[in-house]
Design a protein around this ligand. Sequence first.
Ligand code: DX5
Ligand code: ZN
Length: 217
Amino acid sequence: MGIQITPSILNADLASLSAEVARIGSADWVHVDVMDGHFVPNLTLGVPVIESLARSTDLPLDAHLMIDDPDRWAPAYVEAGCGSVTFHVEAAKAPIRLAREIRAKGARASMALKPATPIDPYEDLLAELDMVLIMTVEPGFGGQKFLDLCLPKIRRARELMDKHGVETWLQVDGGVSLETIERCAEAGADVFVAGSAVYAADDPDRMVAELRARAEG
Ligand code: DX5
Ligand code: ZN
């Protein structure tokens, strides 16, 4: 798999979700940020909205669950129609069991790390995962400044993936823009979330193409 662009709809017009998703037709996935007001200090949307969204677009949905107790709630997001479900390792009680359950239900299983969470303790889990998401802002809000201090962790994650010969994708999320995407790609990321950069653009789909070109170098 080459470079993939997964725009976040967090900063789109959430009252016109299907129209907003129709504006990013060349995206590889739609990144949907689920926040519960507990794991992060913000509240967004959940299963019923995702079920409707899945019916209104042909693009696959990439759910990013910023919620407590993903062990209990994540499987419902597969049933709601998400092709990829990301849980936070800081919130998961049994990440291996959860990843296996997500896969068994038919979605790609992905694990996210907040900026202060290291990747090394999870080296042995990589084969259980279809994707690792490295947050490059503190989760909770769109439009924050990219944290360069996360770049060594992206590089380290890529090294570990190469060492184990796994096909795991490496996603970055937070502050990704035309200014920062090359740094992430150079460090080894191959899946790029961009929220405000895409939806603040006059032509979001054109921005998707520009981000892709920049990441491909
Ligand atoms: C932040 C979310 C991100 C966010 C990205 O907690 O996980 O997906 O929407 O937005 P930008 O690209 O504006 O940082
Ligand atoms: Zn996200």
